[in-house]
Design a protein around this ligand. Structure first.
Ligand code: NAD
Length: 541
């Protein structure tokens, strides 16, 4: 019986474990990696709670070791897309009418499972399948995912509590209904937590989901599904399909019950999906909610008053952690001439000390890029840049795919602030630096603002408050997440809600109540206790 006002436990950010040598967590993680490497998987799609395998098996790649066989997953086709729509539709009634605290409880339990018994498994799968080092896996697959689940439950409570005023003789109420229909969640390869959140956040609000992850993330996506099942999520609430994007889109975007798209990935793909939804608008019962967090060309601007050591360290961490494959990773850097010499010497020294290799060797700061397609794309940028007269190679520039897709951290310098390396998202460990005259700070900020169509993240480094204020003002719309004296990566749920504007997305801020609001369609209810019995108003007497 639900006869009390329940309160979700107050969320706190999950502490990051250190994995220092000799620690229990390091031992457990290495044991899990070793047993996962021996246990070859045959991953099914999961539709309506049923495991569906097909004859079309796709190999699961390990980006840093071509010879490592992790297993396969079953690719589906249009039949499975239709099955998933049916399963999501069937599960909807019961799920949406389940008490909200029970829905919260399932996802809070999932958070607890990841924090405890599943922590090493979800981290190990992210290290092996997406080539993250232990710290990158821990902050993503464990901590950020736990935070998404815990904080969202609390934001849901805040939303439900939000009620209208009532005048005399009536009671006004607001109900936060889930959307009418099903949600299509499409996730990228680079963050296990983002993938989990793309399906979990609309589900938490009472929706049912068809989830299509990126193929290079299927290995860790399967662990997410295990966790949800163990947490007690009813069958059919989240249905995972491994189907080619356009095949799935062709059916889903034409379905009358398509109610929303929760997307994270590249700008080009999102724009195409938006167009497709627009073209089908007359087919839908409701206007679908279209939420997309997309690409970036993130920046660092260093003022002459900035500390060169801090600037250089932020470039190294920001640009090269997870091989630059974070949407928030800066890849265009503007440095004042007077501090450049000092930034440069620390930067070159630090980069030359970086080791690139297998994540199981904890001394490696960087690992492999995700797959052959990414390797070819990134190295073709490097090859072209080496021949470009506008550019000078400062450090790095080498790569090797004989064992895994390894690319050394690479920095170019340019005298042309509109070179393509300053404008295009490369999504790899390649960054470009433009050194400006100290006196041109304001001009440079204007340049930063108009150089790229994106507006995801950016950072300004300065000790002078006036410089910080000028940058904050002139870059008002250049980034959805703006950092002062810190690298522009590593947003924390509950602290820096994440998302960008312009070509970087709809800026619905993952990990905040703003995102959850997109997955409800409020119903206002007015109940009156003294219903009028005469059509005449007093002024008529
Ligand atoms: P991607 O756009 O190639 O793929 C994203 C997802 O879309 C995948 O699941 C893919 O299979 C699917 N897809 C592709 N074409 C489709 C189609 N026609 N119909 C339906 N689905 C389709 O992106 P990616 O390489 O996986 O991820 C990297 C990109 O994601 C980068 O651009 C990065 O900036 C962006 N990203 C943004 C954020 C953010 O919060 N803004 C976070 C992570 C990644």
């Amino acid at each position: 019986m639900s006869n009390a006002f329940f309160e979700v436990p107050v969320p706190i950010n999950e502490p990051i474990k250190d994995y220092i040598d000799g620690s229990q967590e390091k031992k457990e993680l290495l044991d899990t990696i070793s047993s996962m490497k021996k246990n070859i998987v045959d991953i099914p799609m999961i539709i309506g709670g049923e495991e569906i395998r097909t004859r079309n098996k796709i190999n699961i790649q390990c980006p840093h070791n071509h010879h490592l066989n992790l297993g396969t997953f079953s690719e589906g086709d249009s039949t499975h897309v239709n099955m998933a729509i049916d399963a999501a539709s069937k599960a909807k009634q019961e799920w949406s009418s389940m008490p909200w605290q029970s829905r919260a409880s399932i996802f809070l339990k999932a958070a607890e499972l990841i924090a405890g018994p599943y922590r090493s498994k979800i981290n190990a799968s992210t290290m092996l399948g997406q080539s993250k080092n232990v710290f990158q896996a821990e902050v993503d697959a464990a901590c950020e995912f736990i935070d998404f689940l815990n904080f969202n439950a609390s934001y849901m409570e805040d939303i439900y509590k939000n009620q209208p005023e009532s005048s005399d003789g009536m009671w006004n109420r607001m109900e936060y209904r889930p959307l009418e229909g099903f949600i299509f969640a499409i996730s990228p390869f680079n963050f296990t937590s983002i993938a989990g959140n793309l399906c979990a956040s609309p589900a938490l609000m009472g929706n049912t989901i068809i989830w299509k992850p990126a193929y290079p993330q299927v290995y860790s996506a399967n662990i997410i599904m295990e966790v949800f099942k163990e947490a007690g999520l009813p069958d059919g609430v989240i249905n995972i399909i491994y189907v080619d994007g356009p095949v799935a889109g062709d059916i889903i975007f034409k379905h009358e019950d398509f109610a929303g798209l929760h997307f994270t990935g590249s700008t080009a793909v999102f724009k195409n999906l938006w167009k497709e939804i627009g073209n089908n608008i007359n087919k839908y019962k409701s206007y679908p909610r279209v939420v997309g967090e997309t690409g970036g060309k993130d920046f660092i601007v260093a003022h002459k008053s900035a500390n060169p050591i801090e600037v250089s360290t932020s470039i190294v961490r920001g640009c090269f952690e997870f091989q630059g494959q974070k949407c928030s990773a800066p890849s265009r850097v503007y440095i004042a001439n007077s501090i450049w010499k000092d930034v440069k010497s620390k930067l070159v020294n630090d980069i030359n000390s970086i080791k690139v290799g297998d994540p199981e060797d904890f001394s490696n700061f960087m690992n492999a890029v995700i797959d052959e397609r990414a390797f070819k794309k990134i190295t073709s940028y490097i090859d072209a840049a080496k021949k470009d007269k506008d550019l000078e190679l400062l450090v790095g520039g080498t790569y090797d795919d004989s064992k895994g897709y390894f690319i050394e951290p690479t920095v170019f310098i340019t005298k042309n602030p509109n070179n393509r390396l300053m404008e295009e998202e490369i999504f790899g460990p390649v960054t470009c630096i433009y050194v400006y005259n100290d006196k041109d700070f304001e001009e440079t900020l204007k340049l930063v603002d108009k150089t790229s169509p994106y507006a995801l993240t950016g950072a300004v480094f300065a000790k002078e408050q006036v410089a910080i204020d000028t940058a904050s003002k002139l870059l008002e719309y250049s980034a959805g997440n703006f950092y002062i004296n810190d690298k522009p990566t590593g947003a924390v749920v509950g602290q820096q809600p994440f998302g960008g504007g312009r070509a970087s997305g709809t800026n619905d801020k993952a990990g905040s109540y703003l995102n959850l609001l997109r997955w409800v369609s409020p119903r206002t209810i007015k109940e009156v206790y003294n219903t009028p019995k005469d059509y005449r108003y007093p002024f008529m007497d």
